[in-house]
Design a protein around this ligand. Structure first.
Ligand code: FE2
Length: 426
């Protein structure tokens, strides 16, 4: 007897009407018609079943703090950092945990079961680190939360951060972070990349830096990050987040940079909602979009994922932690509206993110964890178009979240009719 069978599921790779069998928390079989019965059966009825969404870049310590202690008047990245600095003295472990817990509930309801969150290590009491380590444990049964030690105010610029980084790793934070473009000089930025990559190599940790989150085309720390990745043998374990300066770089230089990144197997994370909001703020018109070169990175063989980055915090007033909203914005900003391109961007919020986090057992293959989301849409492109209800969110074979199907009715001319927003391809 199986524990669970999903019937009539459409899969992200285009296979249709498949059954998925689950036993002991893992997928044991995918086939067009599985005869075995299960304790629980769910008819997906031609809906898309995907592995969970993965948010490759988030800030859970600041999430849902919008308006505290005031809103960001200029809307810029730099005022956001200043505002976060004003809020930090008021934080408590309990207040951070309460906001993080609510955010995790939103994420799970939206079908996001893996989040890489940066956590600011700049506070001598390490309140945010302590709070998020506890949240990581609390949510372990239903959500993979990976933490990055993030020196928000600079690794060298705030001298205490050198010691705080080590303390955070000792406390159990998973990944080494950085913010080279925020150091005092380009030289300091480059030196911080070298020092942090060396620390990661010594400790056997992954690296994920806020890198070149700037409109300055001469902000080239990604080149340095790729170089030290190669030098220290960290290939495949290093991520450059944001990389927005690549939007403004000279094309000739980028033609050299892309192969260097591919060779070092550096992953790239774009944050479309935030990049389109924060970049180009000093421009009048024409106004730059600011998001990194997603299509070109993918064509060069670089693994690219998307992150939500912010939800209702000093940098961004909106969001409900919906990774389909992120991908929807991403495909607009990148102008990747071809059918195959849209499918690839669905992967930027699923498979590509799983690769960055190094998630074991992720996917829809026999042996994978039975972690799945059933969407009220037939395929990835329809999911991007509708950002539909996550009908069932399944973790290790158990349904952990449900949302009722969206059903609209019209009352026109005395008759009532239902509206179906789906538009099947066949
Ligand atoms: Fe960020």
């Amino acid at each position: 007897m199986l524990d669970l069978v999903l019937r009539n599921a459409n899969l992200p790779d285009g296979r249709r009407k498949y059954d998925i069998a689950v036993r002991d928390g893992r997928i044991v079989e995918l086939a067009p018609a599985i005869a075995d019965r299960a304790r629980k059966e769910i008819d997906a009825a031609g809906c898309l079943v995907t592995p969970p969404f993965v948010d490759s870049h988030f800030h859970m310590d600041s999430a849902l703090s919008y308006g505290e202690p005031r809103i960001n008047r200029s809307g810029t990245l730099l005022e956001g950092i200043q505002l976060w600095g004003e809020l930090k003295p008021q934080l408590t472990v309990e207040s951070i945990k309460a906001r993080a817990r609510k955010l995790c509930h939103w994420a799970i309801a939206r079908g996001t079961l893996a989040i890489r969150s940066h956590v600011d290590v700049g506070d001598p009491q390490m309140l945010a680190v302590r709070a998020l380590l506890e949240i990581r444990e609390e949510f372990k049964p239903c959500l993979d939360l990976q933490l990055v030690a993030f020196p928000q105010d600079g690794y060298f610029r705030l001298p205490a951060n050198r010691e705080n980084m080590v303390r955070a790793l000792d406390m159990g934070v998973d990944v080494v972070g950085g913010i080279p473009h925020f150091e005092r000089t380009m030289a300091d930025g480059a030196e911080s990349v070298a020092a942090l990559c060396e620390l990661a190599a010594q400790r056997g940790r992954m690296v994920d830096m806020h890198c070149d989150e700037s409109d300055d085309p001469l902000s080239r720390h990604i080149e340095t990050l790729a170089y030290h990745t190669q030098r220290l043998g960290l290939q495949g374990r290093v991520t450059g987040s944001h990389l927005t300066s690549m939007h403004s770089m000279d094309n000739y230089y980028v033609s050299k940079l892309l192969p260097l990144m591919a060779e070092a197997r550096v992953h790239a994370v774009a944050n479309p909602l935030i990049n389109i909001t924060l970049q180009g703020r000093h421009d009048t018109f024409p106004k730059r979009r600011g998001m990194t070169r997603v299509r070109e990175l993918m064509q060069a063989g670089v693994n690219v994922a998307f992150g939500h980055d912010c939800v209702m915090d000093p940098w961004y007033p909106l969001g409900s932690h919906d990774m389909l909203e992120v991908a929807h914005m991403g495909l607009h900003v990148a102008q990747m509206t071809g059918t195959e391109e849209m499918r690839r961007l669905f992967e930027a919020v699923t498979f590509n993110g799983a690769k960055i986090l190094g998630l074991a057992g992720y996917g829809l293959e026999p042996g994978s964890f039975a972690d799945m989301v059933i969407l009220q849409a037939g395929d990835p492109v329809e999911a991007l178009r509708l950002k539909p209800a996550r009908l069932f969110v399944i973790r290790r074979g158990a349904v952990i979240a449900e949302t009722a199907p969206v059903a609209s009715r019209l009352n026109l001319g005395g008759s009532s009719l239902s509206v179906d927003f789906r538009q099947p391809a066949d």
